[in-house]
Design a protein around this ligand. Structure first.
Ligand SMILES: Nc1ncnc2c1ncn2[C@@H]1O[C@H](COP(=O)(O)OP(=O)(O)OP(=O)(O)O)[C@@H](O)[C@H]1O
Length: 263
């Protein structure tokens, strides 16, 4: 069982406050939280605060214990993140990156088991044929998938994904998010994913937090958050929202609102 909590998250760059007292809903085992918001609303900064990469005055816990309680290694044993930028287009091979990540984890498994694990992750992400291709020869989407493979290799209880599908085509977006959900039902844990695609968020997230200017504008189930009023206020667009056969919102964007036009 994993319970992840984050309250009172405030973050600054220099003197500028970019996150102001953000409280995320408590996440219980098997839950996916989507972070939505326009450019510069603070999604990546929040992800970096949650991972411990950026300092914050907030209180972040896994099963009631903070990073200070667990220590750096203990925390990163339970939590891993996939950053917004994919691995650099270097001469390294995806398989080398996976092995160095696996070795750093010091897992108590044989090389054969590790090789099987790596092969399994590559197969699910369509990377098997690229395992020995230098990163600089891969497309942006394939490198993004390598970034996800590295995060999955760590097999954390709390998985943070910063725009995990931004470089992917329609097929791979759904494969990746199906895999994320399947992994939760197999082994438990929670996922926090920053997303731009509202329909993917509605389809895959149990809860959504809508950020704007570093503050939470709405928080709750997709149907509660993805309303025309919230979307107009935050994204400055007119939308029509209908429900699919499973009751999930489907957002049709009609037009951008003009300067000065009421949301
Ligand atoms: N290293 C930094 N130094 C100074 N300001 C920063 C830094 N990183 C981000 N910011 C600022 O913090 C604010 C939030 O940025 P952040 O990257 O968290 O937003 P975001 O919601 O992830 O945006 P996007 O959707 O464009 O990726 C922005 O105003 C941004 O300019």
């Amino acid at each position: 069982m994993t319970v992840f909590g984050a309250t009172g998250i405030t973050a600054k760059y220099g003197q500028v406050t970019v996150l102001d007292q953000v409280d995320l809903p408590i996440l219980n085992d098997n839950e996916v939280l989507g972070l939505l918001g326009p450019n510069a609303s603070g999604k990546s900064t929040l992800m970096r605060c949650l991972s411990g990469e950026k300092s914050t005055t907030g209180h972040i816990t896994i099963d009631g214990r903070t990073r200070a309680d667990m220590g750096h290694d203990g925390w990163h044993h339970r939590l891993a993140s996939m950053p917004q930028s994919p691995p650099n287009p270097s001469a390294l091979l995806p398989t080398e990156l996976m092995w160095s990540t696996a070795r750093a984890l010091d897992l108590d498994v044989s090389d054969r088991e590790l090789a099987d694990q790596i092969e399994g992750i590559f197969a699910r992400l369509g990377l098997s044929e690229f395992a020995l291709s230098p990163l600089h020869t891969l497309s942006g989407g394939k490198r993004q998938l390598v970034g996800l493979a590295l995060a999955l290799m760590r097999d954390p209880d709390v998985l943070l994904l910063d725009e995990p599908t931004s470089a992917l085509d329609l097929h791979w977006r759904m494969v990746v998010l199906d895999l994320v959900r399947e992994r939760l039902s197999d082994r438990g844990g929670v996922v926090v994913a920053a997303l731009h695609d509202l329909d993917l968020a509605a389809r895959y997230c149990d809860q959504i937090v809508l950020l704007h200017g570093g503050k939470i504008i709405a928080s709750g189930g997709p149907q509660h958050v993805l309303t025309p009023a919230n979307l107009a206020r935050v994204y400055r667009v007119e939308t029509r929202v209908t429900l699919d056969c499973d009751g999930r919102p489907l957002v049709q964007v009609i037009r951008p609102l003009r300067d000065g036009e009421a949301a």
